[in-house]
Design a protein around this ligand. Structure first.
Ligand code: ADP
Ligand code: MG
Length: 204
């Protein structure tokens, strides 16, 4: 079972990975965007960590909803509302349970990813964060061991954005020139999933 502490550890692991990879995320965003993705997410997940520490929520759902609200108010850009929606919608789907099963989390994340697609109007293949998130949630099953498979799927999805033409977001303004570069949002989404797998491994 996964409790609120597990979710706080997951978000702390995301913050650590984002901090480590911020320069790379910004570099990817400088090729097909405006060079702010790493700093945007570093600011956001630092704020998430501070908020969770100040008043640790008691349930997994409340942890994710608080984190999502922090991302919306601190990240800005396209990715702030999108990641905020992912976490808030996932948290809402988890409800008030003090502990959730991996299967519940998988189902809630699928709802969260669907909400991202609805908000941003993107679909798989548009060269966005969905190219990592959709394969990841498809790989999630009802055991924590499946988190490792989701991590691999997200990383492969992020790599597979390189040859794609961007059809959503700032990168789409570049048209054909967006081809040949890895999408920054798909790359950061793979970090979120990697952090989940790491957290599950550490808890096992
Ligand atoms: P901005 O583009 O406003 O500077 P960021 O640099 O923080 O925002 O984030 C850019 C990332 O957001 C992109 O790499 C892409 O993955 C994601 N993104 C942009 N628009 C959309 C959308 N409509 N749907 C899903 N993801 C999107
Ligand atoms: Mg940007």
């Amino acid at each position: 079972m996964l409790d609120a502490e597990f979710f706080r550890r997951w978000l702390a692991a995301v913050a650590a990975l984002v901090d480590r990879e911020a320069d790379r995320l910004t570099e990817l965003d400088s090729a097909i965007g405006d060079a702010d993705h790493g700093s945007n997410l570093r600011r956001g997940f630092t704020a998430v960590g501070a908020a969770l520490e100040k008043e640790p929520p008691a349930t997994p759902g409340a942890v994710l909803m608080l984190a999502g609200r922090q991302l919306v108010s601190t990240v800005g850009g396209a990715s702030g509302p999108l990641y905020g929606t992912l976490l808030r919608r996932t948290g809402k789907a988890l409800g008030d349970d003090a502990e959730v099963t991996p299967a519940q989390l998988a189902q809630a994340l699928r709802a969260g990813v669907a909400a991202v697609a609805q908000l941003g109007g993107a679909k798989a293949g548009d060269k966005t964060m969905l190219d990592a998130l959709e394969p990841a949630v498809a790989a999630l099953g009802d055991r924590t061991e499946s988190f490792a498979a989701a991590r691999v799927a997200a990383e492969q999805g992020a790599l597979a954005t390189v040859p794609l033409l961007a059809r959503k977001g700032r990168a789409s303004y570049l048209g054909e020139r967006s081809i040949g570069h890895q999408d920054p949002g798909a790359t950061s989404s793979a970090l979120l999933v990697a952090a989940l797998a790491e957290t599950a491994e550490a808890a096992a």
